[in-house]
Structures are given as C-alpha cells and as structure tokens.
Design a protein around this ligand. Structure first.
Ligand code: SF4
Length: 298
C-alpha cells in the first residue's frame, strides 16, 4: 500500500504533560518546525505522487498558530487534504474558540480532531475541549473527538487473543510505558507475538518530526529527511529488511526480544509495553533508527 498521509509533528512542545503521551511531549520539549521545514515537506510530498493528506499535530500545533495556518494554506495550494489534532487549550469559551477557528474554516479542512478525555480535562476542571467542539460544529468543521480510556477500565475489556474491543485504549509506549503500567494485569512476554496497531507491510501514513525524522511508529524511524530526500526514504523503505520492523513483522515485539537477545522481564501489560521497553535497550545498537531522544524521554 502506498503511503498517502503525512502527519507533521509540528512541535514536541505541549502545554500539557499527559501520562499517556506516545511522544513524551511537555512544555519545555525541544523541537519546533519552521515554515521552511513545512515548505520542504510539502514540495517533497508533491514529488512523491501518492500523498493525499497532510495532518498538523504535535505536541500541540496551536502553540505555533501562525506557522500552522501558513502550513494549512500551503497544503491547500498544493491540493492536499488537511487535518488537525489539538487539545483545545486555546478554547477559553465558544465565542473565543470561534475566533481561533474562523481562519481555519476559511482555508477549509477535512478533519478536525480534539483530544477530550480524563488526561486532558479532569472531571472537576473546566472542559475547554467541549467549547472547541461546539464552536467547530457551529462553523461547520468536520470535527471529532479523540478519547483515551482510563487504562484500568479499558484493560478489563481487552480480548487478549485478538484485537482489543475498545477503541481509544492507552497504548503503553512512550511516557505511558513508564507512568501507567503500575498495578495493571500483565501477560507473559512470549504472548506478544504480533503488533496490533501498525502493519509495516501496509504502511499508509508516516509521522515527520521537527528534527526531520520519519516515523513508522513513534520512535521507530526509517531515516531523516534532513539527510535523505523524503521520496527516497519512502520508496526505499523495505519493512522486512528494517532492523526493528522486520522482527516485529516476523513475530511481534517478542521476536524483537529473541532476535537481539534483549534482557527482559517475564511479564508486560501489552505488546507496546514490551516493544517500547525492548527498544529502550536497543537504542545504543540502532541510534539512528530508534530516535529521537525526545520520544524516549531523554
Ligand atoms: S507493538 Fe511496537 S510497533 Fe506496534 S504499535 Fe506498539 S510500539 Fe508500535
């Protein structure tokens, strides 16, 4: 399957520091995309030929609002569909949210996703995501919510032999693998013989970060477009030959442990927990593939 979507991690910075964040975002994180970076990505995306959609996300893309607007306009000029993922920190009321959203509505987008869950807005807090949702609806934007379940409730409903039945569960990679695994039920590591969330042999989208890394899963890269042109990285990607994707395709995170004889615990919470923990141990061996430091909390 050709890659049709590029997800731009415009910045690793975020006003929140959520326990479940895959990319370890936090307010003081380094890495911000500039207009020149976005311009290069869009130009190269056009030359790839298959790319249809550009997402603006992070971190929190509204922290760099004018750069994001520039990117949306440029993506429109290149005839790409456009999407945004935000935590809505800027939506202090429905009226104010409309001021932020009006320019986006004028440009036009095909997907506007708002994070709305207990990680972003606790039950006793004012829920800004709801204001953003209402404002977006009023403006006719194609808006949806991303809601991540409380892992303790969610894990009880997981069918361990197959795909989880609950959408929006926490994946225990990134900060979640360190902050949220305590006290949760675990399974023996050999049972995690399949990746349930990424199919590298049918990769349809990649994430691009402010340092130029191209990710097929957060923290698993296929190169850096500041060193090699994007179209070459995408066309040269051979998942079977990739040092991390290959073993995962052959037998999930358990195979990654076996092939590189990585030290491990006996039990893990889910396949991502085993995968991320194993990758942490493999970073010295594959520093250019398992990057950047930011995602690994360093
Ligand atoms: S198992 Fe590994 S490759 Fe698959 S989604 Fe989880 S962290 Fe990503």
């Amino acid at each position: 399957m050709p890659i049709t979507g590029l997800h731009l991690l415009m910045t690793y910075q975020c006003n929140f520091e959520c326990d479940h964040c895959f990319v370890n975002s936090r307010p003081e994180a380094k890495g911000v995309m500039k207009i020149s970076d976005i311009k290069q990505i869009l130009e190269e995306a056009k030359s790839v030929g298959n790319i249809k959609k550009i997402y603006f996300e992070g971190g929190e893309p509204f922290l760099y609002y004018q750069t994001m607007l520039w990117g949306l306009r440029a993506a429109k000029d290149y005839d790409f569909k456009r999407g945004i993922v935000t935590n809505a920190y800027w939506a202090t009321s429905v009226e104010d949210a409309k001021e932020w959203l009006n320019p986006i509505s004028e440009i036009g987008i095909s997907d506007f996703s708002i994070s709305d869950d207990v990680y972003h807005y606790g039950e006793s807090e004012e829920n800004l995501a709801k204001y953003a949702y209402e404002a977006a609806k009023d403006l006719g934007l194609p808006v949806g919510k991303i809601t991540i379940e409380d892992p303790e409730k969610c894990l009880k409903q997981i069918e361990w032999k197959g795909k989880p039945v609950v959408e929006g569960r926490v994946l225990f990679k990134g900060r979640a693998a360190e902050k949220l695994v305590e006290g949760l039920p675990r399974k023996t590591w050999t049972e995690f013989d399949k990746c349930l969330d990424e199919d590298f042999s049918n990769q349809s989208r990649v994430h691009i970060d402010p340092f130029g890394y191209i990710h097929v899963c957060q923290g698993i890269t296929i190169g850096n477009m500041k060193q090699t042109p994007l179209h070459k990285l995408l066309t040269d990607f051979d998942p079977e030959a990739h040092p991390i994707c290959g073993p995962i395709l052959r037998g999930g995170p358990a195979e990654l442990v076996r092939e590189y004889r990585v030290k491990h615990e006996e039990k893990y919470v889910d396949e991502c927990h085993l995968c991320y923990s194993t990758r942490l141990n493999l970073r010295k061996k594959f520093p250019d593939v398992l990057a950047p430091n930011q995602i690994y909390g360093l």
